[in-house]
Design a protein around this ligand. Structure first.
Ligand SMILES: [Zn+2]
Length: 227
């Protein structure tokens, strides 16, 4: 596994940041659902001090990353206070720029939520995390009420998780296994979803809408919502 981890930066580096656009599903609850959420103020772009503090947290936790320069791509798409994770103890596919606060929650979720759950419930550690990506200059999808608004992906403040490979070779995907006939896999899904909702501000699963049939959307935007 360490070999794979060491290879990860080499695999990721050729992908130029602005060229790596990944799609994803819709990102927002409907207005009716939003009304049930607690009203925390929407976080704006982080200050450089907040980013430095966040990066110190990542370093202290033992994760390897590189800081990315702030960039404004125009049209409401920008990257501020972002990092590229290089080694979080398990290879992760498809992640490019992530706002540091999102990277902090994501690494914590993988290390303290997903991997322990896989070991305890499924008897096998996660050896690969698969995503549909982070930054994408696009609007929210899957919800007409928000279709003219920029997604949290447009500021690298969201990540879409599609599946996991276990050390025993099993391949678990949100699409295939969210409603698995295996009660242990269903339990694993339930636990990691609950763990995500404790960490991220918004988490959308296949139970939310059809746009999320194959991934968990997780973001650190202004809302708080879990489904
Ligand atoms: Zn998403």
């Amino acid at each position: 596994m360490r070999v794979l981890v060491r290879l990860l930066p080499a695999l990721l580096l050729p992908c130029l940041l602005a060229a790596c656009i990944f799609g994803g599903g819709g990102d927002r609850p409907t207005p009716r659902q939003s009304a049930r959420q607690s009203a925390r103020p929407a976080p704006s772009a982080p200050t450089s001090r907040e980013t430095r503090q966040c990066e110190a947290n990542l370093t202290r936790a033992g994760y390897s990353f590189r800081s990315l320069p702030d960039r404004d791509f125009g049209g409401g798409c920008s990257i501020n206070g972002a990092v590229q994770l290089l080694d979080i103890g398990v290879p992760v596919t498809g992640i490019k720029a992530m706002r540091c606060g999102l990277a902090d929650k994501f690494t914590g979720w993988i290390t303290h939520g997903v991997r322990p759950a896989a070991i305890q419930i499924l008897g096998s550690d996660v050896v690969r995390v698969e995503t549909f990506g982070t930054y994408a200059c696009r609007n929210i999808r899957g919800n007409a009420a928000y279709s003219t608004k920029r997604s949290e992906h447009a500021s690298a403040n969201a990540v879409d998780i599609s599946g996991f490979t276990l050390a025993d070779g099993r391949h678990i995907t949100i699409e295939k296994d969210w409603n698995s006939s295996d009660p242990q896999i269903r339990r694993f899904m339930e636990i990691i979803h609950r763990s995500a909702c404790k960490r991220f501000r918004t988490v959308l699963s296949p139970d939310y809408n059809s746009a999320h049939y194959n991934h968990f959307h997780m973001d650190m935007g202004g809302g708080t919502f879990c489904r």
